[in-house]
Design a protein around this ligand. Structure first.
Ligand code: FES
Length: 77
C-alpha cells in the first residue's frame, strides 16, 4: 500500500489529503490519480488528453517541483 498526498483546495486555501492505494505494475502517476478519482475522490479534477507525453496538456507538481509531463512517470511497485 502506498500513500499519495494530493493538494486539495480552492482560491481561499487548502491542504494535502492522503490517499492510499496499491499501485499495479506499470502504473504512471496519471493512472494513480484516475484510480483515486474513481475509488476515493470523485470530485477530484484532472486535466489530460493523450496520456502519451505528446500533447502537453498535463503537468503536475511532484514533491514540490513543477514537472511538465511527469504525469507519465512510472510508479515503482
Ligand atoms: S496527457 Fe498528453 S502529454 Fe500528458
Amino acid at each position: 500500500m502506498r500513500n499519495f498526498k494530493i493538494w486539495r483546495g480552492d482560491s481561499k486555501g487548502g491542504d494535502f489529503v492522503d490517499y492510499k492505494i496499491e499501485p499495479d505494475v506499470g502504473m504512471v502517476i496519471l493512472d494513480v490519480i484516475h484510480r483515486i478519482q474513481a475509488e476515493q475522490a470523485n470530485d477530484l479534477a484532472v486535466r489530460w488528453n493523450c496520456k502519451a507525453g505528446k500533447c502537453g496538456s498535463c503537468s503536475v507538481e511532484i514533491n514540490g517541483t513543477y514537472n511538465n509531463l511527469k504525469f507519465h512517470f512510472r510508479i515503482r511497485v
